[in-house]
Design a protein around this ligand. Structure first.
Ligand code: EPU
Length: 441
């Protein structure tokens, strides 16, 4: 398995182009199932999760073509002309939970869908009960058989009112995609309002869907009989944006983030400002600048958008580890999202967990260490922590990073980080005392 080797201690300086958002790209790809015409997605990040969902779509009968070499130029065409096989097997769905997003579109398109239940996940139990209740409200008959959800309708989905009992991102996306082809009007209450949902709604509108209330918790959808193809550009990744802003912060550096918008991370930028960072909008994005002295402690609680994103919780904890004072970080979305804590502790962090709150006493510096994490955001928090230590850190299980960070080592390397991917099978010896990277750097 590939590893990432980092020798930190440099202040990052330079420009980073932000990729298209993973969590916008995945539902957008699923909209291709709603039309017989081609859907072209521009600014599509080349990530393991995108290719995994691409394989699921291919299995269902969607013709998929990827193009473009550079970040920002990647695009793909998804053409679900038919016939569609409305069955997504366990072997494909288990690789990535977001594959469950094919359920709503498949049901809307064919009146039948058999999709494997995604199963548990490292960050929590992640049920899909609300997705199923929402589809039932639209008239679907749902049965569970041998680990599969079978959803069917007699004469198509029918518009209805449904209130989400818990704010759910992919739940809102699944039901929205189903409702656009339902007969009559659907009113969805207590919808998630993450920018990725707004992006999905805009793409659906470009395909001919009738949706009102976009960007608010109440969506009113008037069903149409068919949608057409379109070309749509995926919005910039706000989690990647926040992560690289924090990379500038934790190294006391200055990085311009290109192709993104400060407005995508309102609560994060406030928290980082409270820690001593500054932000300046530019024509192409914004400049994130770390404090000249130490970061200050922070208090954050994760919440659905526009609250502090759970997907940035592990990263801000890395900053808190080296900040002056005691920080409090509370996780309210996922019950098991502190797996980075023992790994950060191995690097010398002082963290105590009480319930769903982490109490972090800032230390002067972190040490290098071999570390690993069991999810994407936890892994990248270890990368951020490693950037502060002049000792060597090896981050194992890089496949987690490849799920959500396009060209991470190139982006950080271009800003002066000493970072290298050690390919599987390479003869690199972790106990080496001379650092080839240091020599090269
Ligand atoms: N929930 C239920 N029942 C459901 C659905 C959700 O109880 O049917 C609960 C969950 O257990 C959780 C809460 O609702 O406690 C919120 O979960 P949500 O459904 O919003 O999460 P998700 O849609 O599965 C998306 C992102 C996650 C991100 C969360 C929260 C995608 C593909 N995934 O997951 O992203 O953490 O929203 O913002 O959009 C990541 O990118 O690293 C990642 C995990």
């Amino acid at each position: 398995m590939d590893k990432i080797k980092i020798i930190g201690g440099q202040s990052l300086s330079g420009k980073i182009r932000i990729s298209g958002a993973k969590n916008a790209a995945l539902p957008l790809m699923c909209t291709s199932l709603l039309t017989k015409e081609p859907l072209v997605l521009k600014n599509l990040p080349q990530l393991a999760d995108v290719f995994t969902l691409g394989s699921v779509l291919s299995h269902l009968g969607v013709k998929t073509t990827y193009e473009g070499q550079a970040i920002g130029e990647h695009q793909a065409t998804f053409h679900a002309q038919g016939p569609i096989l409305p069955e997504a097997p366990y072997d494909l769905v288990r690789k990535m939970r977001a594959s469950f997003l094919v359920l709503g579109p498949l049901l809307a398109r064919t009146g039948y869908a058999k999709v494997s239940l995604p199963g548990g996940c490292a960050i929590g139990s992640r049920p899909v009960d609300i997705h199923l209740k929402g589809l039932e409200a639209l008239g679907a008959k749902i049965t569970l058989e041998d680990g599969y959800v079978i959803a069917q309708t007699q004469n198509g989905l029918v518009g209805a009112e449904f209130s989400f009992p818990v704010v759910t991102v992919t739940g809102t996306e699944n039901i929205l995609m189903a409702a656009v082809l339902a007969q009559g009007t659907t009113r969805l209450l207590n919808c998630a309002v993450e920018p990725e949902i707004t992006d999905l709604a805009h793409c659906l509108q470009a395909m001919g869907a009738k949706i009102e209330g976009v960007g608010t918790p109440i969506l009113t959808i008037t069903g149409v009989s068919s949608l057409h193809g379109t070309t749509y550009s995926v919005l910039p990744d706000r989690i990647e944006t926040g992560t690289y802003a924090m990379a500038a912060g934790i190294t006391g550096g200055e990085v311009e983030l290109i192709g993104t918008d400060l407005a995508l991370i309102p609560t994060t930028s406030q928290a980082l400002e409270a820690m001593g960072m500054t932000f300046k909008k530019t024509a192409q994005g914004f400049i994130a600048t770390g404090p000249s002295h130490k970061l200050k402690a922070v208090e954050v609680t994760t919440d659905p958008y526009p609250g502090f994103a759970t997907d940035l919780q592990a990263q801000i904890m890395a900053l808190a580890c080296v900040a002056e004072g005691t920080s409090l970080i509370t996780e309210t979305i996922w019950e098991n999202r502190f797996m980075h804590v023992p790994e950060l502790a191995r690097m010398g962090a002082d963290i105590t967990i009480k319930g769903n709150t982490a109490i972090i006493k800032g230390v002067n510096s972190l040490k290098g260490a071999p570390v690993m994490a069991t999810d994407l955001r936890a892994s990248v928090s270890l990368v951020l922590a490693a950037l502060t230590s002049s000792e060597e850190t090896i981050v194992n299980r890089v496949y987690h990073l490849d799920r959500g960070y396009e060209e991470l080592e190139n982006k950080l390397g271009a800003c002066g980080a000493i970072i290298e991917r050690v390919r599987e099978g390479s003869t690199y010896d972790i106990s080496t005392t001379t650092h080839p990277l240091k020599a090269a750097g």
